[in-house]
Design a protein around this ligand. Sequence first.
Ligand code: PAF
Length: 282
Amino acid sequence: MEICRSIEECRAAIAALRGDGKRIGFVPTMGALHDGHMSLVKRAQDNAGAVAVSIFVNPTQFGDAADLDQYPRDEDRDLALLDQVGVDVVFLPDVDTMYPPGDETIVETTRLANMLHGKVRPGHFRGVTSVVNRLFNIVQPDTAVFGEKDYQQFVIIKKMVRDLHMPVQILGGPTLREADGLAMSSRNRRLTPEDRAAAVVLNRALDAAEARAGEPGATVEDIRKVIADTIASEPRADLRGLDTVAAETLDDLHGVLKEPLAIMISVQFSDILLIDQRVIQP
Ligand code: PAF
């Protein structure tokens, strides 16, 4: 496994793999890897001859300096995990490498980035697209894999690639869950034991929504109510966001369910915000 910290090292490692006739799959991450990330790596390996992973805690997507400082970092463990599964290249840039001093260029999907989660986290998705664009320019992958758990991010990346004619195929990785149904996330480690136990309510609410959607004549409003009631039944949980939108465009849906519905929820436990999502067919 080639460990690269500079753009030159990364490009040379990728060029060598291409020289061997390999297609490049890419998984961008912010480290603190868990099984969810490893399933994205597996999906990349199944779709390309060689896989590059980046680890970069991207400051431009954090609104809050404290959140950025507290983001878990464990480089040695991450590298050992990636080595074990046969990743070919790991790119570990520092902030000045990704954003050279004087950098002033941003990439933004202007509508999608400023709705839903983007409204409560201003600038977040602009930070994501700005860094993913730079990473794609450095790694130049054939395919890249993003978790569907952050559904809005997944839709935004597909839109950016389409709008900017980037020659990268975007693949989604299904959300991986703990045994009790909690979506895997690096943030789960920061929950207190009580909040960790309570956090199972996100998946329970999505199960209840799916069951309601399966009933004849179910409306989006019915589905929203079931979710809100389920979250409210857990005293430690504070529902911060509930979006029920068209799976492709993220436009709000109302009335009887007639097209694929993406449900995105964000729920606060003490000082930790957890997100989850599900796409439900009519
Ligand atoms: O999903 C993430 O971990 C990040 O948003 C990403 C795509 C690596 C960009 O920093």
